[in-house]
Design a protein around this ligand. Structure first.
Ligand SMILES: Nc1ncnc2c1ncn2[C@@H]1O[C@H](COP(=O)(O)OP(=O)(O)OP(=O)(O)O)[C@@H](O)[C@H]1O
Length: 255
């Protein structure tokens, strides 16, 4: 059996999917949201998945992050087969390996900014002192020093999304999944989030971004057009060398 904690051989794709299938059964006709998707995301790539509303982009992202189970197909994370994992296993592995940011931030409303960011680190088994140090460094990087004691509801949308980004990255996951991360922000907040995603990508963070906004997709180095549950196009915008580095150093919000 594959060991999720074993060292990852160089050049192993961070993400690989073969023949992914997902149908939603709600009211009315079944929605064939993902209809046989093959995908390979290399270390250090910034991939945007774009397409019209209802194309199946969010469903694909949820499958990749284990938030929904595929009806068929295979999925690998860092070379480890994941499609057979049960929810408990996904919850543990997701904490270490996948950061996720959503359109509506999904912060815990009655926890402070500091606790929101530290919680995944503590749950992943980091000693409290180290979790605190990680939180302090990330919040400072993201221009949120001084907001530690605030509740999410006391922050602007852009600030909340930066907290969500800090929470997603606190365990240095190999993969960041972002589902319309600027979807509820004004243009300033949108620019801010996109600039941050680009900065983290420049430092080696592998990112899969779902957006219906073609302008945001152009920040990526590869754009996948999703249509009717399938990949209609897969275009490399720049050649990005495979790489993997830690997130470190100081990140200035102004450039
Ligand atoms: N939980 C669900 N139950 C039933 N149908 C669903 C569910 N989630 C998604 N769908 C349907 O699956 C299809 C794909 O939805 P999905 O949200 O993945 O598309 P999308 O491309 O992300 O759209 P948007 O850009 O509007 O968020 C749509 O027809 C949608 O109505």
């Amino acid at each position: 059996m594959s060991d999720a904690s074993a060292p990852v051989p160089e050049n192993t794709p961070v993400l690989r999917a073969e023949g992914l299938l997902k149908t939603h059964y709600g009211e009315g006709a079944p929605a064939h949201a993902v209809r046989g998707v093959d995908l390979c995301v290399r270390q250090g790539e910034f991939v945007a998945v774009t397409g019209p509303s209802g194309a199946g982009k969010s469903t694909l992202l949820h499958l990749l992050g284990g938030l929904q189970r595929p009806d068929g197909g295979s999925l690998w994370l860092d070379g480890v087969r994941t499609d057979g994992w049960q929810e408990a296993r996904w919850a543990v592995e997701r904490r270490r390996r996948i950061g996720i940011v959503f359109q509506f931030f999904n912060l815990v409303s009655n926890l402070s900014v500091a606790d929101n960011v530290e919680l995944p680190a503590l749950l992943a088994g980091l000693p409290p002192k180290q979790a605190r140090a990680e939180r302090e460094a990330l919040l400072a990087e993201l221009g949120l020093a001084g907001k530690e004691r605030s509740l999410p509801g006391e922050l602007s949308g852009g600030e909340q999304q930066r907290v969500a980004l800090a929470r997603a990255l606190v365990n240095h996951p190999p993969l960041l999944l972002a589902d319309e991360p600027a979807g509820s922000l004004d243009s300033k907040g949108t620019r801010e989030v996109m600039r941050l995603l680009s900065r983290f990508h420049q430092r080696g963070q592998t990112i899969v971004l779902v957006t219906h906004d073609a302008r945001l997709a152009s920040a990526a180095d590869r754009v996948i057009s999703f249509f009717d549950g399938r990949m209609a196009d897969d275009a490399e915008l720049t050649a990005a060398p495979p790489r993997r580095k830690g997130i470190s150093g100081v990140l200035e919000l102004k450039d």
